[in-house]
Design a protein around this ligand. Structure first.
Ligand code: GBH
Length: 456
């Protein structure tokens, strides 16, 4: 197989503001919920914080130059709400906005197209204090107002927008599900119903933000949602298993409760039934607001779940992973390249949206990178990982699914949320003592893929 990609295929890399910028108190920025979370004992591995992270805020010219050398023409990054509207609502901090203007200038000079995520988990602490952020319906309107303020100012230079990154994560992992929620704000709410209410509010915020982008943009804008829904992968690729995987897709909570309502305008009935009294309160008109027409969908692809039919045929079961299942340097990240193919296929076929362009907005892995004595990082395991997932992308395209691009997660090692600086996902090695950046073997491999437009 030659694994050539279509000439229009978009090769990119992705980052998120909080994971790379640092400079958390610069030029009027106020805290976000992750700043407060990181200050609590025992929440972030090694007591790490993102106060400096990669110091991208000051070193972005170097990072843009590294992307230009890499050859990517597309860059997915996020904007920090607490930099732009430090109190969460009200006055716009133009000094914070200027950072993104400088970044956009540099990207433009390098011939790299910006794709901006409006929210990648950094909720303003001020709104957490005021009304409990996503616990309140007010958050949706504040997010839409923030969105409008951004698009009015940057809409002349950005035409590709993503409202939010992974709604299920920052709501369900931020409020409950466990005695110590692994994500900020880390507030345990009193009932599962209230957790579902937080993700409902985020869906509303997404819908209102789509409307705000279209109303405020001076140029025709492309609007999408980014989600890490869980691909249900047939254990064996035969008719019965495939049907079981298609049925199982809707019942998974982060599918039936996020991507399904966002694309179809209704929560999956199977899921609502299984939630019973834990289901969110849905007001008249909410579902229409949530299901705004999208120009494309962003699929953050890491792993999925294997499914097989039950003996009676009509049912299905999710299979657990054997202990020995390969996962590199992250406990949750099972290596499962086929989940990329099945994720794309389910979006397109199972949700009946064959027309909807899809981008892989994240795909990456953490490995135990080491600097050799010669100052190199030979991450052959990362190359192995990406080759395998890209082959699955190639298959999806060959079969006619509208997969149009791939943003590799991530440009450089960064602040990996509750793992702090203890997990490395980058194509570039970050030395956290000197903040020196060292391209890894995988960087040179990806450079060649982009150059030849195929998997090398
Ligand atoms: C992405 O989420 C994020 O968008 C990105 O910011 C991040 O750096 C990247 O992954 C790598 O982690 O704590 O056991 O409950 C990926 C989806 C969802 C996977 C939350 C880990 C938590 C598992 N993530 N999940 S657990």
């Amino acid at each position: 197989m030659d694994y050539q990609f279509p000439s229009t295929f978009a090769w990119g890399v992705a980052t998120a503001a909080y994971q790379i910028e640092g400079a958390v108190a610069a030029e009027g920025r106020q805290n976000c919920v992750w700043d407060s979370f990181a200050a609590l004992p025992g929440r972030i591995q090694g007591g790490d914080t993102a106060a400096i992270a990669c110091d991208h805020y000051h070193r972005f010219p170097e990072d843009v130059a590294a992307m230009a050398r890499l050859g990517v023409k597309h860059y997915r990054f996020s904007l920090a709400w607490p930099r732009i509207i430090p109190e969460g609502r009200g006055a716009v901090n133009e000094a914070g906005m200027d950072f993104y203007r400088r970044l956009l200038d540099a990207l433009q000079d390098a011939g790299i197209e910006p794709h901006a995520t409006l929210f990648h988990w950094d909720s303003p602490q001020a709104l957490e204090d005021r009304y409990g952020s996503w616990r309140s319906r007010e958050m949706a309107q504040d997010f839409a107002d923030y969105t409008a303020a951004v698009v009015q100012r940057l809409g002349d230079r950005i035409t590709s927008w993503m409202t939010m990154n992974e709604i299920h994560c920052f709501t369900h992992l931020g409020y409950g599900v466990r005695r110590q929620p692994p994500h900020a704000p880390g507030t345990l709410v009193s009932s599962p119903q209230q957790v579902w209410q937080t993700s409902h509010h985020a869906l509303l915020a997404h819908g209102l933000a789509c409307q705000a982008i279209r109303a405020a943009s001076p140029r025709p804008a492309q609007v999408g949602l980014v989600d890490n829904f869980v691909p249900t992968v047939p254990l064996i690729e035969d008719k019965d298993h495939i049907q079981a995987a298609q049925r199982a897709f809707h019942l998974n909570a982060s599918n039936g409760g996020i991507v399904v309502p966002a694309l179809t305008g209704a929560y999956a009935p199977d899921l609502l039934e299984s939630l019973g009294p834990a289901a969110p309160e849905i007001r008249a008109g909410d579902l229409d607001t949530i299901a705004q027409p999208l120009d494309w969908f962003g699929f953050n692809c890491y792993f999925g779940t294997y499914v097989r039919p039950t003996e009676t045929g009509a049912g299905y079961e999710y299979l657990s992973f054997p202990k020995s299942y390969p996962r590199l340097h992250m406990p949750w990240l099972r290596i499962m390249p086929d989940c990329l193919y099945w994720g794309v296929r389910h979006l397109s076929e199972t949700l009946g949206r064959r027309d909807l362009p899809i981008f892989i907005t994240e795909n990456g892995c953490a490995v135990k990178d080491r600097l050799t004595e010669t100052g190199e990082v030979i991450d052959s395991d990362r190359i192995f990982f990406h080759r395998a997932y890209l082959r699955a992308a190639h298959r999806a395209i060959q079969e006619g699914f509208p997969l149009q691009g791939y943003f590799l997660w991530t440009l450089m090692d960064n602040f990996e949320w509750s793992y702090g600086h203890h997990r490395r996902f980058g194509l570039i090695y970050t030395d956290y003592k000197t903040l020196q950046r060292i391209p890894k073997a995988s960087y040179y491999w990806y450079q060649r893929c982009i150059q030849h437009n195929r998997i090398v």
